[in-house]
Write a protein of this length. Structure first.
Length: 190
């Protein structure tokens, strides 16, 4: 009887284990996985930078924790300027050199300039493919793949988001990445 039970267990378990061991078909890689991923990172940081610019009240745009650092508004302007710097390199354009950091001071003007800088950069991220990403460009005097200009832009944006977070925290403002996620509406019971 035990032999029959063992054989029955083997007959039932082996096919089940074999079915579980089969690999699921791999999801096909998206077209342009490198440039697509880089654009997703950019879209995320663009969103949190714009939300940070909007969250800080106008009266705190001139705030700086010490005289040795930029004000909140100057950081926003610096980030706007950087969009032109890095994305002009990726696009092969001449940097317009707007000097937003030193010429704009109001919250409305800085947010408008930041939006314009991101709109300019959107062209670079939207037009990037993995084929164009590996083309050699000059980045700060060195040969580099075209994608590196956009990768450095993402890193630079995150670096300055970190500055903005500190300023917001000093003003008791919760930064965008620390906000509680929106609560989903309860689903009606069926």
């Amino acid at each position: 009887m035990r032999t029959i039970l063992r054989m029955l267990m083997v007959c039932l378990l082996v096919p089940a284990c074999a079915a579980m061991a089969q690999e699921k078909p791999a999801t096909p890689a998206p077209d342009n996985p490198l440039s697509t991923w880089n654009k997703k990172a950019y879209t995320r940081v663009k969103d949190i930078l714009l939300r940070s610019a909007q969250k800080m009240p106008e009266e705190n745009y001139s705030f700086k924790p010490t005289d040795a650092v930029r004000s909140y508004g100057q950081i926003v302007g610096h980030v706007a300027d950087a969009q032109y710097l890095f994305c002009s390199i990726a696009l092969g354009d001449k940097n317009p050199g707007l000097d937003i950091e030193h010429t704009k001071t109001s919250k409305a003007d800085l947010i408008a300039a930041l939006n314009a800088g991101f709109a300019y950069c959107d062209k670079a991220y939207d037009g990037m493919t993995d084929a164009s990403a590996v083309q050699t460009i000059k980045l700060f005097g060195n040969d580099a793949p075209r994608l590196s200009a956009l990768t450095v832009n993402n890193m630079h944006n995150m670096e300055h988001y970190g500055n903005l977070v500190t300023y917001m925290r000093l003003k008791n403002i919760v930064p965008p990445t620390s906000e509680a996620p929106p609560q989903a509406a309860p689903q009606p019971k069926k």
